[in-house]
Structures are given as structure tokens and as C-alpha cells.
Design a protein around this ligand. Structure first.
Ligand SMILES: Cc1cc2nc3c(=O)[nH]c(=O)nc-3n(C[C@H](O)[C@H](O)[C@H](O)COP(=O)(O)O)c2cc1C
Length: 456
């Protein structure tokens, strides 16, 4: 296949387009099946990454819109569709419109969602999460965290001061992850992904910035990772050996610096003391030894969110495929398949990443909202372009600045909502409409930051 990545620091460009000499006539690597450690085979390498659909009803139940959206994605050809994060406790939501699964009350609707997401031989895996302190005050006045402590800085007022979890409460949350995974399996989801990234509760336990505990869940890396490892063990015990269990984890809490307007200075700042790359590699190796079926590599949290600006394609051009350098560090050191997520925008970038061995699956999120059938288009060589994500703007600088992250999220939520209503995505829709949509859907609180700081 096309060019091999052999050197460290090789950058996989997201937006270069397909070069004239690229051979797109042979069967692409991205169309090859992959057998996971648990013995399950997925039909190709497209891994639709989790995006909170914000489509749940007021009781956090899935709706007909989930069914339509996932039917459309399944028809689009991806091998694995990971759901948006589903919370294990309905009193602890991360964003408005989250689905929560803590018992079987919504089993019938979950079954319909899973059935739609597994059409055409696709896998549909439920992403399972607990937000911890990253739960905005507009939806949660009583968040929990590994340690208490008021948030410093401008964003402090948007997040209530969390209560420190007691050990019985920690054990209860571990049990909840297992319960949710068991219900997902019963409903017909064909795998689960545990969300240990992006600053949510498991990431808070991993990070020495958030975790100041002095018991067996804090201190050394082994202790900080204990919460994650116990969740993985509990989930595996619940779903059994032949069922895919994936983990989404940060390469570090400091994603790659992005050189784009408005964020360059910010991106050059570091977050000293967060969960770092060496720690992440240690945790990933342990997860691999524990028999996890796939590691989904992402990054970003407290100070530096995974999507750093609202500039779309411009950010992609600056960054290329996210976290490639980190994936190169672990390539070949573990047998567990990797899904590298973020920044894949064209077939060439995907083929390069797969042929280099830097990843075994192509984690892809926003492009599948604007082009739900992208996997089939690429696998059938019917489209050879580069997905250019829009610069999402209200047309007013001050508004863009104030709501950068919410703009991006709201715009993609609006598009998923359209697909959920049986319509097509409409890239011409502007940022102002996305903000108004968010207010209509979730109330004025939708405009409060949903992450602790930054854009996404
Ligand atoms: C609207 C929206 C919602 C998201 N929700 C989640 C989520 O629930 N869980 C998660 O792990 N990542 C979430 N993400 C991050 C994506 O999974 C992915 O890591 C990120 O968009 C980068 O991939 P991309 O460049 O292919 O879009 C979300 C992203 C967007 C745009």
C-alpha cells in the first residue's frame, strides 16, 4: 500500500488530498476485517468514535432519533459504531441530552437502538462513562470526584465544588459500570467502550492534578489506575470472555499543540503535573495484559480539550492526525489493537496510518456527521477527496470567542438531530442557528461550558 511510516515524529497529514500517483484501485487496508483478542471479528477498520448525540429524552432514555441516526451510520459502512457516552448514574450527567443506563427500565428502546446500529453487519458498542466533577452546575449541583476542591479560574463558577468519593461510593460506581455493560449486552449492543479519557471521572482518578487521595485509589500510578483496572475487571466479569471491551484513554492530558489563530499561545502552555505519556503507556500495557480488546487513543482534558478551536479544516491542517507520535511509541509493543482517533479526513491518511502499523483501526467522529456514508464511499473508491470540516462561526467575533467550544458541539449536535429526524446533514447551517438550537433543546444552560476549561 501507500507510504510506510517508519520514523518517529512522522506526521500523517489530514488534508493533503490524494496524490496523483496514489493507487486507489486495489482493496484498501481500511476494508480489511480485524479479529479482536476476544475472538470477535469486525468487518473493516472504520471505528466511528463516540459523540454524545444529545438526543435522550428528559428521563435520559434513548429515543427514536437514536434509532434513525444509528441506522444511517450502520448503512454508511463502518465496522464499529461507538455510541455517545452513556452515563452510569442519571443524577450525574456530563452534558445535556445524555442517555443514562442504570437498570432495565429502557430495555425495549435500547434493543431498538442496538438493532439499528448492528444492521449491515456493523458492530455497535456502548461507550460507558461517569463525568465526575466535569458535570456543569446547570445540570448537576452535587458532583463527585476523587478529591474535593474548588476549581480555580474563570470556569469555576460553571462547575459545583465536588464531594470527595468515599470508598463504598467508589465501589458502587465500579459496580454501576458493570451493570450498564451487562444491560448493553442484554439489549444487543455487541461491545462496550469504557471512557477513561477527556477529563471525566476515570481520567480524574488517573491524573495527579485531580486525585489527591491517600488511600489505595490515590498516590502512586498503580493506585491512581486502580479505579480503571477494577472497572475493566468488573465489566469483563459481567459480559464474559467473548465480548469486546475497549478503553478510550488519553495519550496524555496535554494534546498536541495546534498552530491556528486564537489558540497558538494557549496551545503552547503546558499542564504540569497531569497524566503524562509515560504513565499512559504503562497503563495501556497493563490494560493489554488484562485482555482489553481495543485501546482507543485520544487526549486532552482540563486545560486542553481534544478539539481545540472552532476553525474546522484549519485546525485539521495544522494538526494532521491527532496523537500519531504517541501511537508510534506504543506500536508493536502490545498485541492489543489500537484505534487512533482524531484528524482522519481522507483515504490516503487512513491507508498510511494502517500500513505503518501505527494503528489497527481508524477512529473517526465529526466527518461521519457531515458524511455518514464516508466508509462506503472510501471502500468503494467512489470518493477520493478530503473532508473539510467547516469553520463554525456566528459571524460575530465576540460571540465566537465566548462560545467557541459550545458552538462546535452544538453544531454537530444539530446535525445529528437532523439525521435523527430522517433529514440529511446540512453543512450550510451557521453557528448562530446552532446556538439557538442548543438553547431550544436544553434551555439557556446549554451555553454554559461543559468541559472545565477551553473549547470542547
Ligand atoms: C459533538 C461531539 C460529541 C462528542 N462526544 C464524545 C463522547 O461522548 N465521548 C468521547 O469519547 N468523545 C466524544 N467526542 C470526541 C470524539 O470522539 C473524537 O475524539 C473527536 O471528535 C476527534 O475526532 P474527529 O477529529 O474524527 O472528530 C465528541 C466530539 C463531538 C464533536
Amino acid at each position: 500500500m501507500t507510504g510506510k511510516i517508519t520514523t518517529a515524529n512522522t506526521r500523517i497529514p489530514a488534508s493533503t488530498g490524494i496524490p496523483a500517483n496514489a493507487d486507489v484501485t486495489q482493496r484498501p487496508l481500511v476494508a480489511e476485517p480485524l479479529t479482536l483478542p476476544c475472538g470477535v471479528t469486525v468487518k473493516n477498520r472504520f471505528y466511528k468514535s463516540a459523540m454524545n448525540e444529545a438526543l435522550a429524552d428528559r428521563d435520559c432514555a434513548p429515543t427514536e432519533k437514536h434509532v434513525r441516526l444509528y441506522r444511517r451510520w450502520a448503512a454508511g459502512g463502518a465496522g464499529v459504531l461507538v455510541t455517545g457516552n452513556v452515563m452510569v448514574d442519571r443524577t450525574q450527567l456530563g452534558e445535556p441530552g445524555n442517555v443514562a443506563v442504570e437498570d432495565e427500565r429502557d430495555l425495549a428502546m435500547l434493543r431498538r437502538w442496538a438493532a439499528a446500529g448492528t444492521e449491515h453487519g456493523a458492530h455497535c458498542w456502548m461507550q460507558i462513562n461517569h463525568p465526575g466533577r466535569q458535570s456543569p452546575i446547570t445540570i448537576n449541583r452535587s458532583p463527585v470526584a476523587p478529591s474535593a476542591g474548588r476549581l480555580e479560574g474563570d470556569y469555576g463558577r460553571f462547575f459545583a465544588n465536588p464531594r470527595e468519593l468515599t470508598r463504598p461510593q467508589i465501589h458502587d460506581i465500579i459496580r454501576r459500570f458493570a451493570t450498564t455493560a451487562g444491560i448493553a449486552k442484554k439489549a444487543g449492543f455487541t461491545g462496550v467502550e469504557i471512557h477513561a479519557a477527556h477529563g471525566y471521572l476515570i481520567n480524574q482518578f488517573l491524573s495527579p492534578l485531580d486525585n489527591h487521595r491517600t488511600d489505595e485509589y490515590g498516590g502512586s500510578l498503580e493506585n491512581r489506575a486502580r479505579f480503571l483496572f477494577e472497572i475493566v475487571d468488573a465489566v469483563r466479569a459481567e459480559v464474559g470472555p467473548g465480548f469486546p471491551v475497549a478503553v478510550k484513554i488519553n495519550s496524555s492530558d496535554v494534546p498536541t499543540a495546534v498552530k491556528v489563530p486564537r489558540s497558538a499561545d494557549e496551545a503552547d502552555e503546558k499542564t504540569p503535573g497531569g497524566f503524562d505519556e509515560n504513565e499512559s503507556i504503562w497503563v495501556i500495557k497493563r490494560l493489554s495484559a488484562m485482555g482489553v480488546d481495543l485501546i482507543d487513543i485520544s487526549g486532552g482534558t482540563l486545560e486542553k480539550p481534544v478539539i481545540q478551536t472552532n476553525s474546522g479544516a484549519k485546525e485539521d491542517e495544522a494538526r494532521g492526525v491527532y496523537f500519531t507520535d504517541f501511537a508510534e511509541r506504543i506500536a508493536g509493543t502490545i498485541d492489543t489493537p489500537i484505534a487512533l482517533t482524531g484528524g482522519f479526513r481522507n483515504a490516503v491518511g487512513m491507508e498510511k496510518a494502517l500500513s505503518s502499523g501505527v494503528t489497527q483501526m481508524i477512529g473517526i467522529a465529526r466527518p461521519l456527521v457531515v458524511k455518514p456514508n464516508l466508509p462506503n464511499l472510501i471502500m468503494n473508491a467512489k470518493w477520493q477527496g478530503t473532508v473539510r470540516l467547516p469553520w463554525i462561526t456566528t459571524g460575530l467575533k465576540a460571540l465566537d470567542k465566548a462560545f467557541g467550544g459550545i458552538l462546535v458541539i452544538s453544531w454537530f449536535e444539530l446535525q445529528m438531530n437532523r439525521i435523527g429526524r430522517g433529514k440529511s446533514p446540512d453543512p450550510r447551517i451557521g453557528g448562530l442557528r446552532a446556538l439557538l438550537f442548543a438553547i431550544r433543546q436544553h434551555g439557556i444552560g446549554a451555553l454554559a461550558p461543559r468541559r472545565r476549561k477551553g473549547h470542547q
